[in-house]
Ligand binder design. Structure first.
Ligand code: 5AD
Ligand code: SF4
Length: 484
């Protein structure tokens, strides 16, 4: 489809108003300018995209990469050597912002030596007005700044920067638009993220996401299925459905459909062997979804179910809309229907007003559920969120102490959970060559645990039966038993 698009675009004298045709027009335009630049340099121009934050950002970076390759850039892993550096930023916690400023200072020094270098910033952090003010004032060397809502306009913004030669800033407050059929470049040939929805409507009181990612918008199921069918015909065997709150997928569509129904339809796509999704909000997880998961041969036995806190009092202040008891009851229903499910979670320590008793409630849930793994975070005050102005912010030393106690508990429990599968034979998707030992491959079980086993790179992307010989805390060493 996209080649046809370019063909028609070239014959058009005026800029197309509709998307994605408009972006293909600007890709052609940017390509011509870059071709000249590359001829002058006597070599291909290179780019490097650095992604901060979550899987949604990782997927957005694949879209940026798809456009960059289309306009003639070649990927360069070393940021310091690239002609075009893009930071796709995250702002969920304050330290993520600090990291970006630190690295940006470093880039500024490199750009002084190489004035032709281009620098772009995009992603969640750019949706904060204070950030853009600071960049305008103190980081004049940044060439292009855009946000989360207009990422699909990357080609147009790049063309504007190439044409004008001056800083381009374009940030939108919100959008209703979902633009389909732009190019993307997958990081892995055999697995891919698939956005099913954008934004979040939950307004958990600590979280900046609803302000920077906007209101909840679901993609049409037909567009999702079309994308997955195309991925399958391209050799993809695993899809990860992405959304801030996948359990409320489809509720606002003109013809509403449930997330469970979407999964039923995806299950029918031949070639797709594994279906994953994240993130699930406990308040919206339906019995229908549990049933679909229990009956499915393709949906992985893994649920990421953020707890945030085990104290009902704190959960209320967080605006999570479930209680300790209802969360535990939900886990009970899930475990009853799918006994081999792996459960993972996110927990925040030190939310304003959290007492020792509240913290012990969290520890209690951690023990009762027995998470296979948990991401633990120290509460980070995000300006503009309701929690930022709540009284009784917890002192740093108290938070650190709680955090360390929680981390130890979580690690002990997950090591015990991991050991449960030792000695069994499981199906593993071979994903990469092992980072430390090139005679080993690293693969993943359906429940998301990692296994290292002897193999060669030609096996990547295939499924194998692997004997999990030895558990090493949070991963296994194993050997292939036979091809599946
Ligand atoms: N402080 C600490 N952790 C946070 N998260 C979201 N906002 C904050 C914050 N202000 C965590 C939540 C969420 C995960 C993606 O990040 O646990 O689930
Ligand atoms: Fe943030 Fe809550 Fe939305 Fe998750 S569900 S993105 S924690 S507001």
């Amino acid at each position: 489809m996209s080649d046809d698009l370019i063909h028609t675009v070239e014959q058009e004298a005026v800029v197309p108003v509709h998307e994605p045709e408009r972006q293909y027009y600007f890709m052609e335009k940017a390509k011509k300018v870059l071709q000249k630049m590359s001829e002058a340099a006597g070599r291909p121009l290179t780019f490097c995209v650095t992604t901060f934050g979550c899987q949604m950002n990782a997927r957005d970076s694949e879209k940026l990469t798809g456009i960059l390759e289309r306009v003639g850039y070649v990927e360069e892993a070393d940021e310091e050597k690239a002609d075009f550096v893009i930071y796709n930023t995250c702002t969920v916690r304050e330290n993520a912002n600090q990291r970006v400023y630190g690295r940006l200072g470093q880039l500024g020094r490199i750009k002084k030596k190489n004035p032709h270098m281009l620098i772009a910033l995009c992603g969640c952090m750019m949706q904060e007005p204070e950030v853009v003010e600071k960049l305008k004032k103190s980081y004049r060397f940044v060439d292009l700044i855009f946000g989360t809502h207009n990422i699909y306009k990357f080609a147009e913004l790049l063309a504007a920067r190439l044409e004008s030669g001056s800083q381009v800033i374009d940030i939108w407050k919100d959008t209703d638009a979902i633009v389909e059929d732009l190019p993307t470049e997958r990081k892995y040939p055999f697995k891919s993220g698939v956005n099913i929805m954008f934004g979040c409507n939950n307004f958990c009181s600590y979280c900046i996401v609803p302000y920077v990612r906007g209101r909840e918008r679901s993609r049409e199921p037909e567009a999702i299925i079309r994308e997955i069918e195309k991925l399958a015909s391209d050799g993809v065997v695993e899809v990860m459905l992405l959304g801030q709150n996948v359990n409320s997928y489809g509720k606002t569509l003109e013809h509403p459909i449930s997330f469970a129904e979407l999964l039923r339809r995806i299950e029918k796509v031949s070639g797709i062997e594994r279906i994953r999704f994240m993130t699930s909000h406990p308040k919206d997880l339906s019995d229908e979804l549990i049933e679909v998961m229990a009956q499915s041969g393709k949906i992985c036995r893994h649920l990421h179910l953020p707890l945030q806190s085990g104290s009902t009092r704190i959960l209320e202040k967080m605006n999570r809309r479930y209680t300790k008891e209802s969360y535990l009851a939900l886990v009970g229903r899930i475990r009853k229907a799918i006994p081999d499910i792996s459960l993972t979670t996110d927990i925040i320590v030190g939310f304003p007003g959290e007492t020792e008793e509240d913290f012990l409630e969290t520890m209690d849930v951690v023990r009762k559920v027995g998470y296979d793994s948990a991401f633990t975070f120290i509460y980070s005050k995000r300006t503009g969120t309701p929690a930022a102005v709540m009284p009784d912010q917890v002192p740093e030393d108290v938070v650190k102490d709680r955090f360390n106690r929680l981390l130890k508990e979580v690690q002990d429990i997950s090591a015990g959970r991991c050991a449960l599968h030792e000695g069994t034979v499981q199906t593993v998707l071979a994903e990469s060559v092992n980072d430390h030992d090139s005679s080993l491959l690293t693969g993943r079980l359906g429940n998301n645990l990692l296994v290292h086993f002897p193999g060669d790179p030609s096996m990547i992307g295939g499924f194998y039966k692997v004997h999990l010989r030895e558990c090493r805390g949070f991963y296994y060493l194993g050997e292939i038993v036979s091809d599946e």
